[in-house]
Design a protein around this ligand. Structure first.
Ligand code: BGC
Length: 397
């Protein structure tokens, strides 16, 4: 990528080495290497925070005589710098993680659209560490970015970083995950409750009807507001059936930081506690589904128990074709990332783009946009994920 500069030490992705790695395309390998890169194609826009401090007493007399002219020149330069900043905004993009394949795609497509619109993006990724993400955002604020786009690791921990952005008058857009109790300007995401409904809604008609079905539930990171919304969507469908005794939840737990290895441990614990007689495992995303399926594989249960997911990760689509995962939820990421880039650029230029909805985050009704999601199984994988260009048919084998 032209004009790309590394600013931090690369941090390895924390998939446990023991996990089955999906087939990696060259694009994925490149994306992994570029974990902590900054895109710097702006010139004037980034000059102001870095102007050197000069002592005028050290100026030669001839220069001092030119003071009024220099003053005028400085004014013109400042005016053009301000203009440059408006026309070529600098966007700070703070990501929780690049662990899941999706965030690499979100980042790359966001940058491409922002650059097309004349903006520059400075990217930071916090490796699922709240302290580090708050520091990342504060460093973006001190670099005087024009707008911040944040995927919070923890929707509550990010509140104080947003306060610093508010003080610096930098608008904030929450991307994919909500930031709670904070004065943010926009929330752009998918319909997360619908994701949960799609997962449970897929499983229910496929469960045995002649006896209570036995299911395991593996939720996402408890620090991620979305994980609660996915569960809420699942509850909407499962709740009445659990109450009616038609579904029995034999084990449930939250996978800390969405780590596949944590999901694997939960699945191991479920089999130990409830035995092998299981009908389905409702897992909230593809990364953790991979961990659960590895545990099922060790018990000879993979392919015999329905497993859900989300994100249409390449490895998950491969598992769907192989029959070890039943479904995923496809979220057209490019649609969201391009929308976010357009809104970020408009907001940076002082605009107030229209939102289609609002969501209360504890502090205000946040102007929000919810993109639609698509449940995917082996029957519509080609007509959705592949037809959309999200994955190539050849890569799915
Ligand atoms: C996102 C999912 C993702 C998960 C783990 C959630 O907030 O909405 O798409 O799989 O985080 O990163």
């Amino acid at each position: 990528m032209p004009g790309v500069q590394q600013v931090e030490h690369p941090v390895r992705q924390h998939h446990a080495a023991t996990f089955l790695e999906p087939a990696r395309t060259p694009r994925h390998r490149r994306a992994e290497r570029e974990e902590f890169w900054v895109v710097e194609c702006h010139a004037l826009a980034s000059l102001d925070p870095r102007l050197p401090v000069v002592n005028p007493a050290s100026f030669p007399r001839r220069v001092m005589n030119l003071r009024p002219a220099l003053f005028l020149l400085a004014l013109t330069a400042l005016a053009s710098a301000a203009f440059a900043s408006r026309e070529k905004p600098v966007i700070g993009l703070s990501l929780d993680t690049l662990k899941e394949e999706r965030w690499q795609r979100d980042r790359d497509t966001f940058i491409a659209e922002a650059q097309r619109l004349g903006a520059t993006v400075i990217v930071q990724s916090a490796n699922s560490d709240d302290t580090r993400q708050v520091r990342d955002v504060e460093s973006l604020i001190s670099r005087k970015v024009d707008v911040l786009v944040i995927v919070p690791h923890n929707g509550s921990a990010m509140t104080r970083a947003v306060k610093s952005a508010n003080d610096a008058k930098i608008p904030v857009i929450a991307y994919d995950r909500l930031i709670l109790n904070a004065q943010i300007d926009y929330y752009l995401t998918f319909d997360n409750v619908k994701v949960g409904e799609a997962q449970a809604g897929y499983i229910v008609p496929r469960l045995p009807k002649d006896r209570p079905a036995r299911i395991v539930r593996i939720y996402g990171a408890p620090t991620d507001n979305n994980a609660k919304l996915f569960k809420q969507g699942q509850d909407n469908i499962l709740g009445p059936l659990i109450k009616a005794g038609k579904i029995q939840v034999v084990h449930e737990d939250w996978a800390l930081d969405w780590k596949p290895e944590n999901a694997k441990k939960i699945m191991n614990a479920a089999v130990t506690k409830a035995g092998r007689n299981l009908d389905a495992v409702i897992v909230s995303n593809d990364g953790t589904a991979g961990g659960a399926i590895q545990a099922l594989q060790e018990d000879g249960l993979a392919g015999k128990v329905l497993v859900t997911g989300q994100d249409a990760d390449l490895a998950a689509c491969q598992r769907i074709l192989r029959g070890t995962q039943a479904m995923t939820v496809y979220k057209p990421l490019t649609k969201l990332s391009h929308l976010a880039a357009r809104i970020a650029v408009e907001v940076a230029k002082g605009g107030k783009p229209a939102a289609t909805s609002t969501l209360h985050n504890g502090a205000k009704d946040v102007p929000s946009i919810f993109e639609a999601v698509i449940p995917v199984d082996k029957d519509n994988l080609l007509s959705t994920v592949v037809a959309d260009g999200f994955h190539k048919a050849a890569d799915l084998k």
